[in-house]
Design a protein around this ligand. Structure first.
Ligand code: AMP
Length: 584
Protein backbone atom coordinates (compact mmCIF):
# COMPACT_ATOMS: atom_id res chain seq x y z
CA UNK A 1 0.00 0.00 0.00
CA UNK A 2 1.27 3.45 -0.72
CA UNK A 3 0.77 6.23 1.80
CA UNK A 4 0.48 9.84 0.82
CA UNK A 5 -0.37 12.83 2.83
CA UNK A 6 -1.28 16.25 1.57
CA UNK A 7 -0.02 18.32 4.45
CA UNK A 8 3.13 19.58 2.83
CA UNK A 9 3.00 22.51 0.43
CA UNK A 10 3.32 21.43 -3.16
CA UNK A 11 4.59 22.95 -6.32
CA UNK A 12 1.88 24.45 -8.45
CA UNK A 13 0.79 22.22 -11.23
CA UNK A 14 -2.18 22.78 -13.47
CA UNK A 15 -4.80 20.24 -14.47
CA UNK A 16 -2.87 19.94 -17.74
CA UNK A 17 -0.08 18.11 -15.91
CA UNK A 18 -2.39 15.33 -14.73
CA UNK A 19 -2.66 13.31 -17.97
CA UNK A 20 -6.40 13.83 -18.21
CA UNK A 21 -8.14 14.08 -21.59
CA UNK A 22 -7.92 17.54 -23.11
CA UNK A 23 -11.70 17.83 -23.12
CA UNK A 24 -11.77 17.32 -19.35
CA UNK A 25 -8.96 19.81 -18.82
CA UNK A 26 -10.91 22.27 -20.97
CA UNK A 27 -14.08 21.61 -18.91
CA UNK A 28 -12.44 22.43 -15.60
CA UNK A 29 -10.76 25.48 -17.12
CA UNK A 30 -14.18 26.57 -18.37
CA UNK A 31 -15.50 26.24 -14.81
CA UNK A 32 -12.76 28.57 -13.63
CA UNK A 33 -10.71 26.01 -11.69
CA UNK A 34 -7.13 27.27 -11.76
CA UNK A 35 -5.25 24.36 -10.26
CA UNK A 36 -6.02 20.97 -8.71
CA UNK A 37 -6.69 20.85 -4.99
CA UNK A 38 -4.42 18.59 -2.87
CA UNK A 39 -6.86 15.67 -2.97
CA UNK A 40 -7.11 16.00 -6.73
CA UNK A 41 -3.37 16.18 -7.16
CA UNK A 42 -2.94 12.99 -5.16
CA UNK A 43 -5.92 11.00 -6.33
CA UNK A 44 -6.24 11.64 -10.04
CA UNK A 45 -2.93 10.03 -11.15
CA UNK A 46 -3.57 6.93 -9.02
CA UNK A 47 -7.08 6.42 -10.34
CA UNK A 48 -5.89 7.02 -13.90
CA UNK A 49 -3.33 4.22 -13.36
CA UNK A 50 -6.20 1.91 -12.44
CA UNK A 51 -5.33 1.62 -8.73
CA UNK A 52 -7.93 0.99 -6.06
CA UNK A 53 -7.96 3.79 -3.56
CA UNK A 54 -8.87 4.45 0.04
CA UNK A 55 -9.18 8.18 0.58
CA UNK A 56 -9.80 10.16 3.70
CA UNK A 57 -11.10 13.56 2.68
CA UNK A 58 -13.92 15.80 3.82
CA UNK A 59 -16.50 17.60 1.70
CA UNK A 60 -15.11 20.86 0.38
CA UNK A 61 -11.65 19.49 -0.43
CA UNK A 62 -12.63 18.96 -4.08
CA UNK A 63 -13.01 15.21 -3.77
CA UNK A 64 -15.91 14.99 -6.25
CA UNK A 65 -13.69 16.10 -9.12
CA UNK A 66 -10.92 13.91 -7.70
CA UNK A 67 -12.88 10.79 -8.58
CA UNK A 68 -15.22 12.15 -11.27
CA UNK A 69 -12.48 13.33 -13.65
CA UNK A 70 -10.52 10.04 -13.74
CA UNK A 71 -13.79 8.11 -13.96
CA UNK A 72 -14.88 10.12 -16.99
CA UNK A 73 -11.42 9.76 -18.51
CA UNK A 74 -11.20 5.99 -18.04
CA UNK A 75 -14.76 5.15 -19.00
CA UNK A 76 -14.45 7.39 -22.05
CA UNK A 77 -11.54 5.22 -23.20
CA UNK A 78 -13.37 1.89 -22.95
CA UNK A 79 -14.03 0.03 -26.20
CA UNK A 80 -17.22 1.13 -28.02
CA UNK A 81 -19.16 -2.05 -27.10
CA UNK A 82 -19.07 -0.91 -23.46
CA UNK A 83 -20.99 2.20 -24.36
CA UNK A 84 -24.27 0.30 -24.06
CA UNK A 85 -23.61 -0.63 -20.44
CA UNK A 86 -23.37 0.91 -17.03
CA UNK A 87 -19.61 1.01 -16.49
CA UNK A 88 -19.44 3.55 -13.66
CA UNK A 89 -21.30 3.66 -10.35
CA UNK A 90 -21.00 6.21 -7.56
CA UNK A 91 -22.76 5.37 -4.31
CA UNK A 92 -23.57 8.29 -2.02
CA UNK A 93 -25.48 8.53 1.26
CA UNK A 94 -28.09 11.15 0.41
CA UNK A 95 -30.34 12.36 -2.34
CA UNK A 96 -28.79 15.84 -2.09
CA UNK A 97 -25.33 14.46 -2.63
CA UNK A 98 -26.52 12.30 -5.56
CA UNK A 99 -27.86 15.41 -7.24
CA UNK A 100 -24.71 17.42 -6.49
CA UNK A 101 -22.36 14.74 -7.77
CA UNK A 102 -24.48 14.22 -10.90
CA UNK A 103 -24.52 17.94 -11.55
CA UNK A 104 -20.75 18.18 -11.14
CA UNK A 105 -20.22 15.13 -13.41
CA UNK A 106 -22.45 16.62 -16.11
CA UNK A 107 -20.39 19.79 -16.06
CA UNK A 108 -17.08 17.93 -16.27
CA UNK A 109 -18.36 15.49 -18.92
CA UNK A 110 -19.52 18.18 -21.35
CA UNK A 111 -19.10 16.89 -24.89
CA UNK A 112 -17.66 13.52 -23.83
CA UNK A 113 -20.69 11.48 -24.93
CA UNK A 114 -21.09 9.58 -21.64
CA UNK A 115 -24.58 9.48 -20.13
CA UNK A 116 -24.99 10.15 -16.42
CA UNK A 117 -28.03 9.60 -14.23
CA UNK A 118 -28.70 10.29 -10.55
CA UNK A 119 -30.91 7.62 -8.98
CA UNK A 120 -32.27 8.17 -5.48
CA UNK A 121 -35.20 7.33 -3.29
CA UNK A 122 -38.20 9.62 -3.19
CA UNK A 123 -38.10 10.27 -6.95
CA UNK A 124 -40.29 8.58 -9.58
CA UNK A 125 -39.27 4.94 -10.01
CA UNK A 126 -40.94 4.79 -13.41
CA UNK A 127 -38.98 7.69 -14.77
CA UNK A 128 -35.72 6.22 -13.47
CA UNK A 129 -36.56 2.85 -15.06
CA UNK A 130 -37.24 4.51 -18.42
CA UNK A 131 -33.94 6.38 -18.28
CA UNK A 132 -32.01 3.26 -17.24
CA UNK A 133 -33.61 1.28 -20.09
CA UNK A 134 -32.33 3.82 -22.58
CA UNK A 135 -28.81 3.02 -21.36
CA UNK A 136 -26.81 4.97 -18.81
CA UNK A 137 -23.00 4.87 -18.54
CA UNK A 138 -22.58 6.34 -15.08
CA UNK A 139 -25.14 5.95 -12.31
CA UNK A 140 -24.94 8.05 -9.15
CA UNK A 141 -27.15 6.39 -6.60
CA UNK A 142 -28.14 6.11 -2.99
CA UNK A 143 -27.62 2.49 -1.89
CA UNK A 144 -31.27 1.69 -1.16
CA UNK A 145 -32.52 2.79 -4.55
CA UNK A 146 -29.59 1.17 -6.37
CA UNK A 147 -30.46 -2.12 -4.71
CA UNK A 148 -34.14 -1.75 -5.67
CA UNK A 149 -33.14 -1.34 -9.30
CA UNK A 150 -30.68 -4.23 -9.11
CA UNK A 151 -33.39 -6.55 -7.77
CA UNK A 152 -35.85 -5.45 -10.45
CA UNK A 153 -33.21 -6.02 -13.08
CA UNK A 154 -33.43 -2.41 -14.22
CA UNK A 155 -29.84 -1.75 -13.14
CA UNK A 156 -27.21 -4.21 -14.34
CA UNK A 157 -23.70 -4.04 -13.01
CA UNK A 158 -22.01 -6.97 -14.76
CA UNK A 159 -19.98 -4.60 -16.96
CA UNK A 160 -19.05 -2.24 -14.15
CA UNK A 161 -15.48 -1.00 -14.57
CA UNK A 162 -15.29 1.59 -11.81
CA UNK A 163 -17.07 1.98 -8.50
CA UNK A 164 -16.84 4.88 -6.06
CA UNK A 165 -18.16 4.78 -2.51
CA UNK A 166 -18.44 8.42 -1.52
CA UNK A 167 -18.85 9.49 2.12
CA UNK A 168 -18.72 5.84 3.10
CA UNK A 169 -18.81 6.59 6.84
CA UNK A 170 -22.10 8.40 6.34
CA UNK A 171 -23.52 5.47 4.38
CA UNK A 172 -22.67 3.15 7.23
CA UNK A 173 -24.11 5.58 9.79
CA UNK A 174 -27.31 5.61 7.82
CA UNK A 175 -27.59 1.83 8.01
CA UNK A 176 -26.61 1.00 4.42
CA UNK A 177 -23.94 -1.59 5.32
CA UNK A 178 -25.94 -4.60 4.10
CA UNK A 179 -27.11 -2.78 0.99
CA UNK A 180 -23.51 -1.92 0.15
CA UNK A 181 -22.43 -5.53 0.53
CA UNK A 182 -25.30 -6.69 -1.68
CA UNK A 183 -24.47 -4.14 -4.38
CA UNK A 184 -20.76 -4.96 -4.28
CA UNK A 185 -21.62 -8.67 -4.68
CA UNK A 186 -23.38 -7.84 -7.95
CA UNK A 187 -20.30 -6.21 -9.50
CA UNK A 188 -17.39 -7.89 -11.30
CA UNK A 189 -14.43 -8.55 -8.97
CA UNK A 190 -11.99 -6.97 -11.43
CA UNK A 191 -13.66 -3.55 -11.21
CA UNK A 192 -11.64 -0.59 -9.93
CA UNK A 193 -12.89 0.71 -6.58
CA UNK A 194 -12.34 3.97 -4.74
CA UNK A 195 -13.66 4.53 -1.25
CA UNK A 196 -13.83 8.03 0.23
CA UNK A 197 -14.64 8.72 3.82
CA UNK A 198 -14.18 11.74 6.08
CA UNK A 199 -13.32 9.44 8.98
CA UNK A 200 -11.65 6.01 9.05
CA UNK A 201 -13.31 3.95 11.76
CA UNK A 202 -12.66 0.21 11.92
CA UNK A 203 -15.90 -0.55 10.04
CA UNK A 204 -14.68 1.42 7.03
CA UNK A 205 -11.30 -0.26 7.15
CA UNK A 206 -13.09 -3.63 7.24
CA UNK A 207 -15.09 -2.78 4.10
CA UNK A 208 -11.90 -1.58 2.43
CA UNK A 209 -10.14 -4.80 3.39
CA UNK A 210 -13.00 -6.89 1.95
CA UNK A 211 -13.61 -5.01 -1.28
CA UNK A 212 -10.50 -3.06 -2.29
CA UNK A 213 -7.47 -4.64 -3.93
CA UNK A 214 -4.11 -3.38 -2.71
CA UNK A 215 -5.44 0.14 -2.39
CA UNK A 216 -3.34 3.28 -2.38
CA UNK A 217 -4.04 5.43 0.67
CA UNK A 218 -4.69 9.14 0.38
CA UNK A 219 -4.99 11.23 3.51
CA UNK A 220 -6.34 14.72 3.31
CA UNK A 221 -6.86 14.82 7.03
CA UNK A 222 -4.82 17.91 7.28
CA UNK A 223 -1.67 17.34 9.26
CA UNK A 224 -0.49 20.03 11.57
CA UNK A 225 0.89 22.78 9.46
CA UNK A 226 3.71 24.96 10.65
CA UNK A 227 1.74 28.10 11.32
CA UNK A 228 4.91 30.00 12.08
CA UNK A 229 4.59 33.27 13.86
CA UNK A 230 1.05 34.32 13.08
CA UNK A 231 0.07 37.95 13.36
CA UNK A 232 -2.78 38.87 15.69
CA UNK A 233 -5.83 37.98 13.64
CA UNK A 234 -9.42 37.78 14.80
CA UNK A 235 -10.84 34.72 13.08
CA UNK A 236 -14.56 34.28 12.61
CA UNK A 237 -16.61 31.82 10.58
CA UNK A 238 -20.22 32.38 9.59
CA UNK A 239 -22.16 29.27 8.67
CA UNK A 240 -24.54 30.05 5.87
CA UNK A 241 -26.37 28.14 3.13
CA UNK A 242 -24.93 28.47 -0.37
CA UNK A 243 -27.94 30.42 -1.65
CA UNK A 244 -27.49 33.06 1.05
CA UNK A 245 -23.75 33.56 0.67
CA UNK A 246 -23.91 36.74 -1.43
CA UNK A 247 -26.30 38.33 1.09
CA UNK A 248 -24.13 37.16 3.98
CA UNK A 249 -21.03 38.67 2.35
CA UNK A 250 -22.86 41.97 1.88
CA UNK A 251 -23.91 41.98 5.50
CA UNK A 252 -20.46 41.10 6.77
CA UNK A 253 -18.95 43.88 4.67
CA UNK A 254 -21.45 46.37 6.00
CA UNK A 255 -21.00 45.46 9.65
CA UNK A 256 -17.23 45.05 9.48
CA UNK A 257 -16.72 48.07 7.22
CA UNK A 258 -13.20 47.00 6.16
CA UNK A 259 -10.69 49.65 5.10
CA UNK A 260 -9.36 47.23 2.54
CA UNK A 261 -10.10 43.57 2.09
CA UNK A 262 -8.97 40.62 0.04
CA UNK A 263 -11.84 38.23 -0.70
CA UNK A 264 -10.77 34.75 -1.73
CA UNK A 265 -12.85 32.62 -4.11
CA UNK A 266 -12.29 29.13 -5.43
CA UNK A 267 -12.83 29.77 -9.10
CA UNK A 268 -12.44 32.44 -11.75
CA UNK A 269 -16.17 32.42 -12.39
CA UNK A 270 -16.85 33.08 -8.73
CA UNK A 271 -14.39 36.01 -8.82
CA UNK A 272 -16.14 37.58 -11.82
CA UNK A 273 -19.61 37.06 -10.37
CA UNK A 274 -18.71 38.53 -6.99
CA UNK A 275 -16.97 41.57 -8.48
CA UNK A 276 -20.09 42.31 -10.51
CA UNK A 277 -22.36 41.86 -7.52
CA UNK A 278 -20.24 43.96 -5.17
CA UNK A 279 -19.96 46.82 -7.62
CA UNK A 280 -23.70 46.68 -8.26
CA UNK A 281 -24.14 47.18 -4.51
CA UNK A 282 -21.99 50.27 -4.39
CA UNK A 283 -18.63 48.78 -3.36
CA UNK A 284 -15.41 49.47 -5.20
CA UNK A 285 -14.26 45.97 -6.08
CA UNK A 286 -11.89 44.52 -8.68
CA UNK A 287 -11.05 40.91 -9.50
CA UNK A 288 -7.73 39.12 -9.89
CA UNK A 289 -7.44 35.65 -11.36
CA UNK A 290 -5.15 33.51 -13.45
CA UNK A 291 -7.16 34.20 -16.61
CA UNK A 292 -6.11 37.84 -16.63
CA UNK A 293 -3.06 39.19 -18.41
CA UNK A 294 -0.23 40.59 -16.33
CA UNK A 295 -1.00 44.08 -17.61
CA UNK A 296 -4.59 43.86 -16.37
CA UNK A 297 -3.46 42.56 -12.99
CA UNK A 298 -0.92 45.33 -12.62
CA UNK A 299 -3.61 47.88 -13.37
CA UNK A 300 -5.88 46.41 -10.69
CA UNK A 301 -3.06 46.41 -8.15
CA UNK A 302 -2.18 50.03 -8.91
CA UNK A 303 -5.81 51.05 -8.38
CA UNK A 304 -5.91 49.10 -5.14
CA UNK A 305 -2.69 50.67 -3.86
CA UNK A 306 -3.93 54.12 -4.78
CA UNK A 307 -7.10 53.48 -2.77
CA UNK A 308 -9.40 53.67 -5.82
CA UNK A 309 -10.46 50.10 -5.02
CA UNK A 310 -11.27 48.80 -1.51
CA UNK A 311 -12.07 45.19 -2.22
CA UNK A 312 -9.89 42.77 -4.14
CA UNK A 313 -11.58 39.52 -5.12
CA UNK A 314 -9.01 36.86 -6.01
CA UNK A 315 -8.25 33.19 -6.44
CA UNK A 316 -5.37 31.68 -4.47
CA UNK A 317 -3.28 31.46 -7.62
CA UNK A 318 -3.71 35.14 -8.48
CA UNK A 319 -3.10 36.27 -4.91
CA UNK A 320 0.15 34.35 -4.65
CA UNK A 321 3.10 36.67 -4.60
CA UNK A 322 1.00 39.80 -4.22
CA UNK A 323 2.66 42.26 -1.94
CA UNK A 324 -0.10 44.12 -0.18
CA UNK A 325 0.56 46.03 2.97
CA UNK A 326 -2.66 47.53 4.15
CA UNK A 327 -5.24 44.79 4.50
CA UNK A 328 -7.65 45.16 7.38
CA UNK A 329 -9.63 42.05 6.39
CA UNK A 330 -9.24 38.74 4.62
CA UNK A 331 -12.50 37.08 3.68
CA UNK A 332 -12.77 33.46 2.57
CA UNK A 333 -15.89 33.21 0.44
CA UNK A 334 -15.47 29.42 0.81
CA UNK A 335 -13.52 27.34 3.28
CA UNK A 336 -10.10 26.85 1.62
CA UNK A 337 -9.31 23.28 0.59
CA UNK A 338 -6.18 23.05 2.75
CA UNK A 339 -4.72 24.37 5.98
CA UNK A 340 -1.76 25.79 4.09
CA UNK A 341 -4.06 27.86 1.95
CA UNK A 342 -5.86 29.09 5.07
CA UNK A 343 -2.64 30.12 6.77
CA UNK A 344 -1.33 31.87 3.66
CA UNK A 345 -4.59 33.72 3.23
CA UNK A 346 -5.02 34.95 6.79
CA UNK A 347 -1.35 35.85 7.00
CA UNK A 348 -2.17 38.71 4.64
CA UNK A 349 -4.02 40.63 7.31
CA UNK A 350 -2.78 41.84 10.68
CA UNK A 351 0.44 43.11 9.16
CA UNK A 352 2.81 45.61 10.71
CA UNK A 353 1.83 44.78 14.27
CA UNK A 354 -1.79 45.82 13.72
CA UNK A 355 -4.63 43.41 14.43
CA UNK A 356 -6.52 42.09 11.44
CA UNK A 357 -9.67 40.13 10.84
CA UNK A 358 -10.14 36.91 8.89
CA UNK A 359 -13.69 35.90 8.05
CA UNK A 360 -14.77 32.61 6.53
CA UNK A 361 -18.16 31.85 5.04
CA UNK A 362 -18.71 28.13 5.49
CA UNK A 363 -21.56 26.03 4.15
CA UNK A 364 -23.08 23.63 6.66
CA UNK A 365 -21.71 20.67 4.70
CA UNK A 366 -18.20 22.08 5.08
CA UNK A 367 -18.24 21.79 8.86
CA UNK A 368 -15.73 18.96 8.94
CA UNK A 369 -13.38 20.77 6.63
CA UNK A 370 -13.54 23.96 8.68
CA UNK A 371 -12.78 22.02 11.82
CA UNK A 372 -9.94 20.15 10.13
CA UNK A 373 -8.47 23.40 8.80
CA UNK A 374 -8.68 25.03 12.24
CA UNK A 375 -7.00 22.04 13.80
CA UNK A 376 -4.29 21.64 11.20
CA UNK A 377 -3.54 25.33 11.09
CA UNK A 378 -3.53 25.38 14.91
CA UNK A 379 -5.89 28.32 14.81
CA UNK A 380 -8.94 29.10 16.88
CA UNK A 381 -11.88 30.15 14.75
CA UNK A 382 -14.95 31.65 16.36
CA UNK A 383 -18.20 30.38 14.86
CA UNK A 384 -20.72 33.20 14.93
CA UNK A 385 -24.24 33.78 13.63
CA UNK A 386 -24.45 35.92 10.49
CA UNK A 387 -25.15 39.50 11.59
CA UNK A 388 -28.89 39.99 12.00
CA UNK A 389 -30.99 42.87 10.76
CA UNK A 390 -30.84 44.21 14.33
CA UNK A 391 -27.00 44.07 14.23
CA UNK A 392 -27.05 45.88 10.92
CA UNK A 393 -29.36 48.59 12.22
CA UNK A 394 -27.28 49.00 15.33
CA UNK A 395 -24.21 49.39 13.16
CA UNK A 396 -25.88 51.99 10.94
CA UNK A 397 -27.04 53.97 13.97
CA UNK A 398 -23.51 53.78 15.28
CA UNK A 399 -22.28 55.33 12.02
CA UNK A 400 -24.86 58.12 12.33
CA UNK A 401 -23.83 58.65 15.97
CA UNK A 402 -20.16 58.87 15.00
CA UNK A 403 -20.96 61.35 12.22
CA UNK A 404 -22.96 63.52 14.65
CA UNK A 405 -20.15 63.42 17.15
CA UNK A 406 -17.67 64.62 14.56
CA UNK A 407 -20.05 67.39 13.57
CA UNK A 408 -20.43 68.46 17.20
CA UNK A 409 -16.69 68.52 17.70
CA UNK A 410 -16.27 70.61 14.54
CA UNK A 411 -18.61 73.23 16.09
CA UNK A 412 -19.92 76.21 14.13
CA UNK A 413 -23.58 75.28 14.67
CA UNK A 414 -25.03 78.77 15.06
CA UNK A 415 -26.90 78.55 11.82
CA UNK A 416 -28.96 75.52 12.96
CA UNK A 417 -28.98 76.20 16.70
CA UNK A 418 -31.64 78.80 16.11
CA UNK A 419 -33.95 76.05 14.81
CA UNK A 420 -33.48 74.12 18.03
CA UNK A 421 -34.07 77.20 20.12
CA UNK A 422 -37.35 78.06 18.43
CA UNK A 423 -38.59 74.46 18.78
CA UNK A 424 -37.44 74.28 22.40
CA UNK A 425 -40.34 76.45 23.57
CA UNK A 426 -42.70 73.75 22.34
CA UNK A 427 -40.73 70.45 22.73
CA UNK A 428 -38.23 68.78 24.98
CA UNK A 429 -34.67 69.40 23.74
CA UNK A 430 -33.79 65.69 23.80
CA UNK A 431 -36.86 64.92 21.65
CA UNK A 432 -35.80 67.60 19.18
CA UNK A 433 -32.34 66.08 18.99
CA UNK A 434 -33.80 62.57 18.55
CA UNK A 435 -36.00 63.77 15.68
CA UNK A 436 -33.01 65.44 14.03
CA UNK A 437 -30.99 62.22 14.39
CA UNK A 438 -33.82 60.28 12.78
CA UNK A 439 -33.87 62.67 9.82
CA UNK A 440 -30.10 62.47 9.44
CA UNK A 441 -30.23 58.69 9.73
CA UNK A 442 -32.90 58.38 7.04
CA UNK A 443 -31.02 60.76 4.77
CA UNK A 444 -27.96 58.50 5.13
CA UNK A 445 -29.93 55.48 3.95
CA UNK A 446 -31.86 54.63 7.12
CA UNK A 447 -32.83 51.11 8.00
CA UNK A 448 -33.70 49.89 4.51
CA UNK A 449 -35.80 46.78 4.02
CA UNK A 450 -33.21 44.16 4.94
CA UNK A 451 -34.32 40.62 5.51
CA UNK A 452 -32.95 38.12 8.00
CA UNK A 453 -30.56 35.56 6.52
CA UNK A 454 -31.95 32.20 7.62
CA UNK A 455 -29.86 29.96 9.84
CA UNK A 456 -28.92 26.92 7.77
CA UNK A 457 -30.64 23.60 8.32
CA UNK A 458 -28.25 20.95 9.60
CA UNK A 459 -26.58 19.04 6.78
CA UNK A 460 -27.02 15.28 6.56
CA UNK A 461 -23.53 14.92 7.90
CA UNK A 462 -24.26 17.10 10.92
CA UNK A 463 -27.49 15.25 11.56
CA UNK A 464 -25.47 12.08 11.68
CA UNK A 465 -22.74 13.51 13.85
CA UNK A 466 -24.59 15.60 16.39
CA UNK A 467 -21.62 15.51 18.76
CA UNK A 468 -19.78 17.92 16.56
CA UNK A 469 -22.22 20.64 15.58
CA UNK A 470 -21.11 23.70 13.71
CA UNK A 471 -24.19 25.79 14.14
CA UNK A 472 -23.68 29.48 14.28
CA UNK A 473 -23.62 29.67 18.04
CA UNK A 474 -20.80 31.96 19.03
CA UNK A 475 -18.53 29.10 19.76
CA UNK A 476 -15.21 28.44 18.21
CA UNK A 477 -13.50 25.59 16.50
CA UNK A 478 -9.99 24.61 17.21
CA UNK A 479 -8.67 21.18 16.72
CA UNK A 480 -9.86 17.62 16.98
CA UNK A 481 -12.29 16.73 19.68
CA UNK A 482 -11.33 13.09 19.68
CA UNK A 483 -7.86 13.84 20.92
CA UNK A 484 -9.05 15.74 23.96
CA UNK A 485 -8.35 13.69 27.06
CA UNK A 486 -11.45 12.18 28.60
CA UNK A 487 -11.94 12.50 32.33
CA UNK A 488 -13.55 14.68 34.92
CA UNK A 489 -14.16 18.24 33.77
CA UNK A 490 -15.14 21.26 35.80
CA UNK A 491 -16.74 24.42 34.54
CA UNK A 492 -15.31 27.77 35.60
CA UNK A 493 -17.01 31.16 35.46
CA UNK A 494 -14.84 34.08 34.38
CA UNK A 495 -16.16 37.52 35.22
CA UNK A 496 -15.58 39.07 31.79
CA UNK A 497 -17.31 38.41 28.49
CA UNK A 498 -18.17 39.87 25.14
CA UNK A 499 -18.69 43.35 26.58
CA UNK A 500 -15.08 43.36 27.67
CA UNK A 501 -14.02 42.14 24.24
CA UNK A 502 -13.05 38.67 25.51
CA UNK A 503 -12.75 36.00 22.84
CA UNK A 504 -12.23 32.25 23.19
CA UNK A 505 -8.64 32.66 22.04
CA UNK A 506 -7.92 35.02 24.95
CA UNK A 507 -9.03 32.39 27.45
CA UNK A 508 -7.16 29.57 25.72
CA UNK A 509 -4.10 31.80 25.45
CA UNK A 510 -4.22 32.80 29.12
CA UNK A 511 -4.58 29.23 30.35
CA UNK A 512 -2.02 27.66 28.05
CA UNK A 513 0.38 30.57 28.44
CA UNK A 514 0.25 30.65 32.21
CA UNK A 515 0.23 26.93 32.90
CA UNK A 516 2.01 25.53 29.87
CA UNK A 517 -0.77 23.00 29.28
CA UNK A 518 -1.96 22.01 25.82
CA UNK A 519 -5.00 23.79 24.39
CA UNK A 520 -6.67 20.49 23.64
CA UNK A 521 -6.98 19.84 27.37
CA UNK A 522 -9.42 22.72 27.52
CA UNK A 523 -13.07 21.94 26.97
CA UNK A 524 -16.02 23.99 25.79
CA UNK A 525 -15.77 27.75 26.01
CA UNK A 526 -18.84 29.93 26.06
CA UNK A 527 -18.59 33.70 25.79
CA UNK A 528 -21.61 35.54 27.16
CA UNK A 529 -22.27 39.24 27.34
CA UNK A 530 -20.91 39.82 30.85
CA UNK A 531 -19.11 36.58 31.70
CA UNK A 532 -17.52 33.52 30.10
CA UNK A 533 -17.52 29.82 30.88
CA UNK A 534 -14.67 27.41 30.32
CA UNK A 535 -14.41 23.70 30.99
CA UNK A 536 -11.09 22.41 32.31
CA UNK A 537 -9.97 19.06 33.70
CA UNK A 538 -10.84 18.88 37.41
CA UNK A 539 -7.26 17.99 38.20
CA UNK A 540 -6.13 21.36 36.86
CA UNK A 541 -9.08 23.49 37.98
CA UNK A 542 -7.41 25.08 41.02
CA UNK A 543 -4.26 25.91 39.11
CA UNK A 544 -6.29 27.40 36.26
CA UNK A 545 -8.31 29.53 38.72
CA UNK A 546 -5.11 30.82 40.33
CA UNK A 547 -3.46 31.44 36.99
CA UNK A 548 -6.44 33.33 35.56
CA UNK A 549 -6.78 35.43 38.71
CA UNK A 550 -3.11 36.33 38.52
CA UNK A 551 -3.21 37.38 34.87
CA UNK A 552 -5.25 39.85 32.83
CA UNK A 553 -7.77 39.18 30.06
CA UNK A 554 -7.96 41.99 27.54
CA UNK A 555 -6.13 44.15 30.04
CA UNK A 556 -8.60 43.42 32.83
CA UNK A 557 -8.14 41.64 36.13
CA UNK A 558 -10.87 39.02 36.23
CA UNK A 559 -12.74 37.17 38.87
CA UNK A 560 -12.75 33.38 38.41
CA UNK A 561 -14.70 30.71 40.29
CA UNK A 562 -16.17 27.27 39.85
CA UNK A 563 -19.63 27.21 38.28
CA UNK A 564 -21.79 25.95 41.09
CA UNK A 565 -24.89 25.70 38.87
CA UNK A 566 -23.40 22.96 36.73
CA UNK A 567 -22.94 19.39 37.84
CA UNK A 568 -19.47 18.33 36.82
CA UNK A 569 -19.29 15.66 34.19
CA UNK A 570 -17.29 12.61 33.45
CA UNK A 571 -16.07 11.81 29.94
CA UNK A 572 -14.76 15.19 29.12
CA UNK A 573 -16.56 18.31 28.27
CA UNK A 574 -20.09 18.40 27.04
CA UNK A 575 -20.47 18.83 23.33
CA UNK A 576 -23.86 19.69 22.15
CA UNK A 577 -26.42 21.89 20.86
CA UNK A 578 -27.07 25.13 22.59
CA UNK A 579 -24.78 28.07 22.81
CA UNK A 580 -21.95 26.12 24.36
CA UNK A 581 -19.21 26.71 21.96
CA UNK A 582 -18.49 23.83 19.64
CA UNK A 583 -14.82 23.71 20.52
CA UNK A 584 -13.60 20.67 18.81
P1 AMP B 1 -16.27 18.99 -3.16
O1 AMP B 1 -15.31 18.79 -2.05
O2 AMP B 1 -16.11 17.99 -4.24
O3 AMP B 1 -17.69 19.11 -2.67
O4 AMP B 1 -15.90 20.41 -3.86
C1 AMP B 1 -16.07 21.61 -3.21
C2 AMP B 1 -16.19 22.78 -4.17
O5 AMP B 1 -14.92 23.09 -4.73
C3 AMP B 1 -17.13 22.59 -5.33
O6 AMP B 1 -17.95 23.74 -5.39
C4 AMP B 1 -16.25 22.51 -6.54
O7 AMP B 1 -16.86 23.07 -7.67
C5 AMP B 1 -15.04 23.30 -6.13
N1 AMP B 1 -13.80 22.80 -6.70
C6 AMP B 1 -13.40 21.51 -6.83
N2 AMP B 1 -12.17 21.45 -7.34
C7 AMP B 1 -11.74 22.72 -7.54
C8 AMP B 1 -10.53 23.30 -8.04
N3 AMP B 1 -9.52 22.54 -8.43
N4 AMP B 1 -10.47 24.64 -8.09
C9 AMP B 1 -11.50 25.40 -7.67
N5 AMP B 1 -12.65 24.92 -7.19
C10 AMP B 1 -12.78 23.59 -7.11
Amino acid sequence: MSQRSSAAPRATTGFGALALDDTLVASVAGLGYEEPTPVQRDTIPLLLEGRDLLGQAATGTGKTAAFALPMLHRLGHLAPEHRRHTTGLVLVPTRELAMQVAEAMHKYARGGGLTILPVYGGASMLQQIRSLERGVNIVIATPGRALDHLRRGTLKLDHLAMLVLDEADEMLDMGFADDLDAILEATPPERQTALFSATMPARIKAIAARHLRNPAHITIVLDKTAAGKMPRVRQVAYVVGRAHKPAALERVLETEDPDSALIFCRTRLEVDTLVELLNAHGHRAEGLHGGMEQRQRDRVMTRFREGAVDLLVATDVAARGLDIERLSHVINYDVPASADAYIHRIGRTGRAGRGGTAITLAEPREHRLLRAVASAAKQSIEVAPVPTVADLRARRLEITRAALRERLIAGNLDHTRVVVETLASEFDVVDIAAAAVQLAHSAAGGDGDDREIPAPAPSASERNHPVAPLRPSRGHVAGEKSKRPAGHYTRLVIGAGRQAGVRPGDIVGAITGELGIQSRSIGAIEINEAFSLVEVPESMADDVIDALRATKLRGLKVNVRRDRSAADRRDGPRTGNRADSPRC
